[in-house]
Design a protein around this ligand. Structure first.
Ligand code: AMP
Length: 469
């Protein structure tokens, strides 16, 4: 299947060629034809699957078929966060570069006047977060009565963030007859209810099974006491020579503290979260993308929808409270076919959060004990371990017995040894990962050659773990 075969306009095809896209991703191949046919579509796709182009390309194509002289919004794309709105708007502009269509982005946290001026100048496509869009509607600075196509992007997150009432208010301002496209990474009963109320005879398109992690992401769990997470993260980044790492923390304060700590350790880092101004967040993202900042520490909401090409490493410094957030987080890496690594630092307090994540993923995530960080006492000095940990861990290995299987389905033809590990290098002896692990020999998985300058704090076999990059 090629983009030409999908029937897209030549102007769009040349924009895609310039962007270097050769073939449509599965969600694009499935969603573009019914959207071009005018159907409502319910798309099950995580970020990283190419879903933005899946709705943006046919949307641009269709808008060119209807009257575009008037410059009143004929397409409305709603997103849960400012970052996602900005990115979708960027995509609209990129794909529509050869078309006489105008788009504008509307979100809170910045002045309303420039947005009003842009709307006054005339727009065909509005990409907006619900709250600020309603502010404009209330001030009558935008007229939504000509909207022909509505897109709800990351609808599950919009519901999580409590936007349901705002969405309903916006829907009431739109023409009754229109095309509706709803994209969501998960299909909860709440999403189905929302979809039932909006979509008419929708075509269901789905590329990734519900709630599964992107196939190209390798996931690892590293048990570590919470007081030593910072130190372990620093080691992973420096010894592993990780160049671009997105680190998730549960709180804004946690994101700030971690960024400060890493900067003191000469690892350039910035925090992004809801308390930062939009400009600060945009600047941080730009510096991170440009490689000036090595680590971005972020809360879930701030990082939602971030599009960073080929982001190699995602770290769950704290596990998320909601299992679906784990899927969203690791969706930041392994995007559009590139391999990525998602690492979770698990203290005793995170263990109750890990099980629901594994249930959602329908697999166990491989765990690895790290010399110097691995003992049950270190993870939990009060020894309040969940029963299975102490029972299964004959060796004192807190996570013994778990995580022997890979957490991600292998791509066909790929073996463990051919896949990258957290180092980006091949595993030497993948088969041994099924063996129980002992505390002093932290992993049954043989490692790539050691980095002699990097030694664990205590115990273990120095080179074995730290050679892993
Ligand atoms: P999305 O899921 O929309 O956030 O897209 C994820 C990433 O995939 C973005 O960086 C896109 O630029 C990229 N992408 C989207 N479609 C394609 C394609 N057909 N070929 C290659 N890369 C793509």
């Amino acid at each position: 299947m090629t983009f030409e075969q999908l029937g897209l306009r030549p102007e769009l095809l040349s924009a895609l060629t310039a962007k270097g896209y050769e073939i449509p991703t599965p969600i694009q191949a499935q969603a573009i034809p019914p959207i071009l046919d005018g159907s409502d579509v319910m798309g099950g796709a995580q970020t990283g699957t190419g879903k933005t182009a899946a709705f943006t390309l046919p949307l641009l194509h269709l808008l060119m078929n209807s009257n575009h002289a008037e410059k009143r919004p004929r397409a409305l794309i709603l997103t849960p966060t400012r970052e996602l709105a900005a990115q979708v708007d960027e995509s609209v502009k990129t794909y529509g570069v050869h078309l006489p269509l105008k788009s504008s982005v509307i979100f809170g946290g910045v002045g309303m006047e420039p947005q009003k001026a842009a709307i006054r100048r005339g727009v065909d496509i509005v990409v907006a977060t619900p709250g600020r869009l309603l502010d404009h509607c209330n001030q009558k600075t935008i007229d939504l009565s000509r909207v022909e196509i509505l897109v709800l992007d990351e609808a599950d997150r919009m519901l999580d963030m409590g936007f349901i009432h705002d969405i309903k208010r916006i829907l009431a301002l739109l023409p009754k007859v229109r095309q509706n496209l709803l994209f969501s990474a998960t299909f909860s009963p709440a999403i189905k209810k929302l979809a039932d109320g909006i979509l008419r005879n929708p075509t269901l398109v789905e590329t990734v099974r519900h709630n599964t992690a992107a196939e190209t992401v390798e996931q690892m769990v590293y048990p570590v006491h919470k007081t030593r997470k910072k130190d372990l993260l620093k080691q992973l980044i420096t010894v592993g020579e990780w160049k671009q790492v997105l680190v998730f923390t549960r709180t804004k304060g946690g994101a700030n503290q971690l960024a400060t700590y890493l900067n003191k350790a000469n690892i350039p880092a910035l925090a992004i979260h809801g308390n930062k101004s939009q400009n600060a967040r945009t600047k941080a993202l730009a510096e991170f993308k440009a490689g000036e900042i090595r680590v971005l520490t972020a809360t879930d909401i701030a990082a939602r929808g971030l599009d960073i090409d080929k982001l190699p490493h995602v770290v769950n410094y704290d596990l998320p409270n909601v299992p679906e957030d784990y899927v969203h987080r690791i969706g930041r890496t392994g995007r559009a076919g590139s391999e990525g690594v998602a690492v979770s630092l698990i203290g005793a307090e995170d263990v109750p959060l890990l099980r629901p994540i594994e249930r959602l993923l329908k697999c166990k995530i491989e765990s690895e004990l790290i010399p110097g960080y691995q003992s049950a006492k270190e993870i939990d000095p009060d020894s309040q371990l969940p029963p299975r940990a102490s029972r299964t861990a004959g060796s004192g290995n807190y996570f013994a017995g778990r995580g022997s299987s890979r957490s991600t389905p292998k791509k066909s033809g790929a073996t463990s040894s051919s896949r990258g590990n957290a180092t980006g290098k091949p595993r030497v002896d993948p088969s041994s990962s099924n063996k129980p692990r002992s505390e002093s020999k932290p992993s049954g998985t043989a490692r790539t050659p050691s980095n002699s300058s990097a030694k664990p704090k205590s115990g273990g076999e120095p080179g074995k773990f730290w050679g892993r990059r």
